[in-house]
Design a protein around this ligand. Structure first.
Ligand SMILES: [Zn+2]
Length: 161
């Protein structure tokens, strides 16, 4: 999940371009676009962290460890809920998938599935490592939570079903 500073809301606006309002903390969307559920999840997530910080500052180590474990589970659960709540599967009519850490849109025919091999546009890292031309990748997850510009998948990798 994208947690870096400089996250933007990314919800579709009336003009069709993603909303550019900056997000803070665990916010899922800007105040204009956040749904009731978005707010509840973001607050719960924030609470989880605050309790974690409080527990860490208490003295009893056993109790602290117990609490830490419980909070870790709770935060993991909330992260999963946040991921589910903010995961979207389509953008501008294209299917959206993740290939490793990055999100892409797929304008081609048919639906992509996890495990499908695809050709991705070259980037400066792939250029440095393998020279110019598309890079092969494997679809790791359907949908994405990243809300910035999406690169486009060029096609299915040759020989892929
Ligand atoms: Zn917004």
């Amino acid at each position: 999940m994208e947690r870096a500073e400089g996250r933007t809301c990314g919800r579709a606006t009336r003009s069709g371009s993603p909303c550019k309002v900056r997000l803070h903390g665990a916010d899922l969307a800007c105040s204009r676009h956040a749904s009731e559920q978005d707010r509840t999840l973001a607050e719960a997530y924030q609470r989880g962290w605050n309790e974690g910080f409080q527990a860490a500052s208490r003295s009893s180590e056993g109790l602290q460890n117990m609490r830490a474990e419980r909070l870790e589970r709770r935060v993991a659960d909330l992260e999963r809920q946040l991921d589910e709540a903010s995961r979207y599967y389509e953008y501008g009519g294209d299917q959206v998938v993740e290939v490793g850490r990055y999100a892409y849109r797929w304008p081609g025919l048919g639906r992509l599935e996890v495990g499908d091999r695809v050709l991705l546009p070259e980037n400066w890292i792939s250029q440095m490592k393998h020279g110019p031309g598309p890079v092969e990748g494997v679809v790791t997850k359907l949908g994405a939570t990243y809300r910035g510009e999406l690169s486009v998948i060029i096609g299915r990798a040759p020989g892929a079903g």
